[in-house]
Structures are given as structure tokens and as C-alpha cells.
Write a protein that binds this ligand. Structure first.
Ligand code: OXD
Ligand code: MN
Length: 590
């Protein structure tokens, strides 16, 4: 192959095999140089794939619209292709690998005719870090190349560090004709391989993110003794300048990006508290030389939901989108060639085009931006990006936090009794659906560790792996907590103010990790007393605070029934330790 950027035989053989399959007119290796990227941007603008936005107001920014049938991840069409169905487990869709390859190759065959194949060498994690892993994505989309350049570390250096190694993840993406009924996102964990066909939407085609960094990596972590988790990582700095790190998992629509970039309440800012963002979506964690759990964010950018992002909800995220950002499926403001989305401000543009590319009248009641419209922004744009973001050894994790959206059940915060009990708390994570999503409101979805759509193997074995990691870490293991910002009063109003004030809860959590804060033992774990959470400057009655810091045994007895039912699906893959935790919880509830 001419112009290849490597002599690595395993890479060249695989790329050649795929060239024979999809038959591109041309093959371009992405070296990561600004020159090459600038030429690709110009080409995408010339073909209409992207629109160049106002260079003064949004320097280096572009707008892209996906096909209207291709706007989100498709869980029903996401398959884990393991030799047996049992290996994929009850929470995944499964297909036998031989059958899946045949089906996918039939769809992909000749699909690059008349198109260019881009070969993207990328690293998840800082290049050269012991946490990091390399991947090659083949794609026929410039949009994918330019997004991958923001979301991962791309270029020749990745290949140089990889050398002759065969330890890299194969990714083939084919846009084909964006047919919904032939759309598949397939992971082959045993082969380190991902194949994605008939989509152009980020979550399905930026193969480094969910496909590699969670589905494939969770399986690699199980084999190699580390963890790939759907977690943000933040650092909380106290007035003495000490920074402690928290990793936190939440299902979608629970404010993960907002928490990762939290701005402390004014009284805390004045005292010198700061929050630093290491990552907003994915954490790779392993035991460090000092025996503690260390984490890196394997990504290099944010693929954030635009609607609802504004100067109040998340000024840091908004600031991150002000340059070198790709917007997908938002409103195009034709007056000044900028972008807009619902919840940005109260001034929708009058002369505008909606996410579908149609003239948009903001007074007709229709949405201008798709509810899942996105910004792809470099992490370094974020004003609160951590100084440790690029650190090869990562950051030491003091606390792991799980959370969900529960109107009544879960208290504002509780600490698990120990690591195994904490794994139990993560395994029963759940969230109630909101009016924002289609479907019934208040329906409970169990989403263990927020990994249900992202675990590349049997979820019962994944629980086992968590328990094993706890044994490895021993008394240096992080403490495990659960939070719920979403308790409602009888009128349906949120009781806890949320946003920046969530820091008050994080401070209790970190104090607990150091044995400094008080807590009361309850049936579900340790809960702060009302005097243990600082509420100075916020409007919450003592009665309400008491309410969200209490456990209703009756509600939890119902909850225990739901957990019992949920656990049944794991059969004999459910670790005995977790079955025992459930029995103990029932006994404590009476
Ligand atoms: C995401 C998701 O896009 O979890 O991060 O769906
Ligand atoms: Mn996510």
C-alpha cells in the first residue's frame, strides 16, 4: 500500500483486507497534521457536508446535519458478538460472530465505491500512558475524521508508539446509504473488532467512544485486571490547595456533564474552593504502584448534548463550544451564521434553519434543534479542565459515586457499608424516565453502574470483576456512595437545589473518605444527619432536609422486591456476594 504511515504487518494486512472488501476509489491515512485537516474541512464545506460558521464569533466552528432517520444511538441494533449468547449475557443483544461478520460484510461490500477511505490511527488515553490503547478506524466520512480528531488523539505518533504490536482495536465504519433497517453497531470483544454500518450519527460511528472505550474496553479490563466505566472524573480543590478526585456514574439525563464541570456556590468560591474537570463520560481505572485506584479519561474532547446547555446550567460547557467545535443537528442562525438550541437563551433566531435543514419559524411550536443535538469540543477549551487531564499516570480516586433520578426512594446521599455493599449499590442503580424523553413518565429502568448499554460481556460477570477489584485494592479501595439530586415534594417540585450546590454533598463525601464527617447508620447504608450537610445560603426547610436524608422502610421493602426480580435475570452468573447483600438488606428492613 503506498502512503501507509506504518510498517506494522497486522495493521497493513487488515487495512488491505478491508480495502478489498469495500473497494474505495482512494485511501488516505490521517497523519493528524493541521494542513491535512484544513484540507478536509475545506472539502467537507465544498460538498455541503459541513457549514463553516461565523469565524469572528465562532472561530474554527462548523455545523453538520445528520440524516433525519439517524439522530441517536440505537440500542436495539447494537450487538455484542461473542461465541455464545451466554457470554454476552441477558442485558445485551447478541449475534454469533460468524453470522454477524457475514451479514456485515454483505452490507459493507463495495460500499466505498466512488468514495475515499480514511484510515484514522488513534489513541484512547494520553499517547504512551500505560492506561492507553490504540485503535484504527476506517471510515468513508470526513465528519467522522474531524470528530475523531477532537474526541481522541489522532495521528502518526500513535502508530510510532504502537510499533509492531498487534494490540490495537479494529474499527470499520461504512455509511452505506444510512438505511435504518440495515443499521448495525457490532462489537466483537474476542477479536478487538468493531463494525458499524448504515449510520453517520456520532454515538454509532465515533468508534473510540462507546464501542471501544466502554464495550470492548470493559472486556479487556476484565481480562487484564482494570476497569472501563461510564463515569465522569472531577477534582475538588479545597482552600489549602489539596485536590481530591471523585469518579461518578449516572444514566443519561441525570446531569453528568454539568456535575463534571460544576461551579461551586459563591460562598465556597470566596473561600477558595474549585472544581476541575478531568472527564465527563468515561473513566479507565487501574490499581497504581501505591495500591490506590488511579483513573484517566481516555477521551480528548466532549460530545455533549446541546439543548439545555446555557450560562446558568453549565457555563464551562458553553464556553468550551466557542471555538474549534463541530455542532450537529442544532439550529442555524442565518442572520449572523451562528448556532442556537432550545434552552440556550430566550432569543431564538428569527431567520433560521432547523436541524432538518428546513426554514424554521420559532413561533410555530416546533423544536429547532434536535433534542439529542450535540457539540463536539476539544477538552482543552474547557475553562475548568484539570491540570492532570494529560497526566500519564492519571489521578487517584478517593470516592466512587453512583446516582440516578428517583422521585422518592433514594436519599440525597448515602455511603455503602463497604466495597462489596458498594458494588451492590451500583448494581441496583436505576432511574425514572422523565417527560423529556418519549414514552411513559416515571417508568423505572435498572441501569447497573450506568453500564447497561455499554458492558461488552455478561453483566453478572462484570459484577464479579468489580468484587475482584475490591479484593485487589483492599483497604486502599475508594469509598462508594450513592446520590440522588432529584427527590420531589408532594407538589412535584425538586427539593434539593442541585447544580453548583451539589458540591455540598461532594464535600461530605470527601470528608467521609477521610473519616472526618458524621453519619447515621440505616438499613441501606450511612446517611448524614441534617447538621452534617452545609446548607448555609440555600433555601431548604429543616423538614425537607430531614425528608431527603431519611429512608422509608416501606418504600425500600418494595424496592427490595424489584431488585429480587431484576437479579433473577442473571441466573447463576449473579455473584453469591450480591445475593447475600440483598438478603441482608431485606433482613435489616424487617
Ligand atoms: C452519551 C450517552 O452520549 O451516554 O454519552 O449516551
Ligand atoms: Mn455517556
Amino acid at each position: 500500500m503506498n502512503n501507509a504511515l506504518t510498517n506494522n504487518k497486522s495493521i497493513l494486512d487488515w487495512v488491505n483486507e478491508k480495502i478489498d472488501l469495500v473497494k474505495p476509489d482512494k485511501v488516505v491515512w490521517i497523519d493528524g497534521s493541521e494542513e491535512q485537516l484544513e484540507a478536509l474541512r475545506a472539502e467537507a464545506v465544498a460538498t455541503g457536508e459541513m457549514i463553516k460558521l461565523n469565524e469572528e464569533k465562532l472561530p474554527g466552528c462548523y455545523l453538520h446535519r445528520t440524516a433525519i432517520n439517524d439522530v441517536a444511538r440505537v440500542e436495539q441494533r447494537t450487538l455484542i458478538c461473542t461465541p455464545t449468547k451466554e457470554q454476552a449475557g441477558p442485558t445485551n443483544n447478541w449475534m454469533e460472530p460468524g453470522e454477524a461478520y457475514e451479514m456485515l460484510y454483505n452490507i459493507a461490500r463495495d460500499s466505498y465505491k466512488g468514495r475515499t477511505m480514511y484510515v484514522i490511527p488513534y489513541s484512547m488515553g494520553p499517547i504512551g500512558s500505560m492506561f492507553s490503547k490504540a485503535g484504527i478506524e476506517l471510515t468513508d466520512s470526513i465528519y467522522v475524521v474531524l470528530n475523531m480528531v477532537i474526541m481522541t488523539r489522532v495521528g502518526k505518533e500513535v502508530l510510532d508508539v504502537l510499533g509492531d504490536s498487534n494490540d490495537w482495536v479494529r474499527g470499520l465504519h461504512c455509511k452505506c446509504d444510512i438505511e435504518e433497517e440495515n443499521r448495525y453497531i457490532c462489537q466483537f470483544p474476542q477479536d478487538n473488532t468493531i463494525i458499524s454500518v448504515n449510520s453517520g450519527y456520532g454515538g454509532n460511528v465515533l468508534l473510540g467512544k462507546k464501542c471501544f472505550a466502554l464495550r470492548i474496553a470493559s472486556y479487556q479490563g476484565k481480562l487484564e485486571g482494570w476497569m472501563a466505566e461510564h463515569m465522569l472524573i472531577l477534582g475538588l480543590e479545597n482552600p489549602e490547595g489539596e485536590v481530591k478526585y471523585i469518579a461518578a456514574a449516572f444514566p443519561s439525563a441525570c446531569g453528568k456533564t454539568n456535575l463534571a464541570m460544576l461551579i461551586p456556590p459563591e460562598i465556597y468560591r470566596n473561600k477558595g474552593y474549585k472544581v476541575w474537570c478531568v472527564g465527563d463520560d468515561i473513566a479507565w481505572m487501574r490499581k497504581g504502584p501505591d495500591g490506590r485506584l488511579w483513573a484517566v479519561n481516555p477521551e480528548n474532547g466532549f460530545f455533549g448534548v446541546a439543548p439545555g446547555t446555557n450560562v446558568k446550567s453549565n457555563p464551562n460547557a458553553l464556553e468550551s463550544t466557542k471555538k474549534n467545535t463541530i455542532f450537529t443537528n442544532v439550529v442555524h442562525n442565518l442572520d449572523d451564521n451562528t448556532v442556537w438550541w432550545e434552552g440556550l437563551d430566550k432569543n431564538p433566531p428569527m431567520n433560521a434553519v432547523n436541524w432538518k435543514g428546513e426554514p424554521w419559524d420559532c413561533t410555530d411550536g416546533s423544536k429547532g434543534a434536535h433534542p439529542n443535538s450535540r457539540f463536539t469540543s476539544p477538552a482543552i477549551n474547557c475553562p475548568c479542565i484539570s491540570s492532570e487531564f494529560e497526566s500519564a499516570q492519571g489521578v487517584p480516586i478517593s470516592a466512587i459515586v453512583f446516582g440516578g433520578r428517583r422521585a422518592k426512594t433514594a436519599p440525597l446521599v448515602y455511603q455503602s457499608r463497604d466495597w462489596v455493599n458498594g458494588v451492590f449499590v451500583g448494581s441496583i442503580m436505576s432511574s425514572e424516565t422523565t417527560a423529556a424523553a418519549s414514552g411513559a413518565v416515571g417508568v423505572l429502568r435498572r441501569d447497573p453502574m450506568a453500564m447497561r448499554p455499554f458492558c461488552g460481556y455478561h453483566m453478572g460477570d462484570y459484577f464479579k470483576h468489580w468484587i475482584e477489584m475490591g479484593k485487589e485494592l483492599g483497604d486502599k479501595a475508594p469509598k462508594i456512595f450513592n446520590v440522588n439530586w432529584f427527590r420531589l415534594d408532594d407538589e412535584g417540585n425538586f427539593i434539593w437545589p442541585g447544580f453548583g450546590d451539589n458540591m455540598r454533598v461532594l464535600l461530605w463525601i470527601l470528608d467521609r473518605c477521610e473519616g472526618k464527617a458524621n453519619a447515621n447508620e440505616t438499613a441501606i447504608g450511612y446517611i448524614p444527619g441534617i447538621e452534617d450537610i452545609d446548607v448555609e445560603g440555600i433555601d431548604i426547610s429543616e423538614e425537607n432536609l430531614k425528608d431527603i436524608l431519611s429512608v422509608d422502610a416501606e418504600i425500600w421493602r418494595e424496592e427490595a422486591k424489584g431488585i429480587t426480580e431484576f437479579y433473577e435475570m442473571f441466573g447463576d452468573h449473579l455473584p453469591a456476594e450480591l445475593a447475600n447483600e440483598l438478603e441482608q438488606l431485606k433482613a435489616r428492613l424487617g
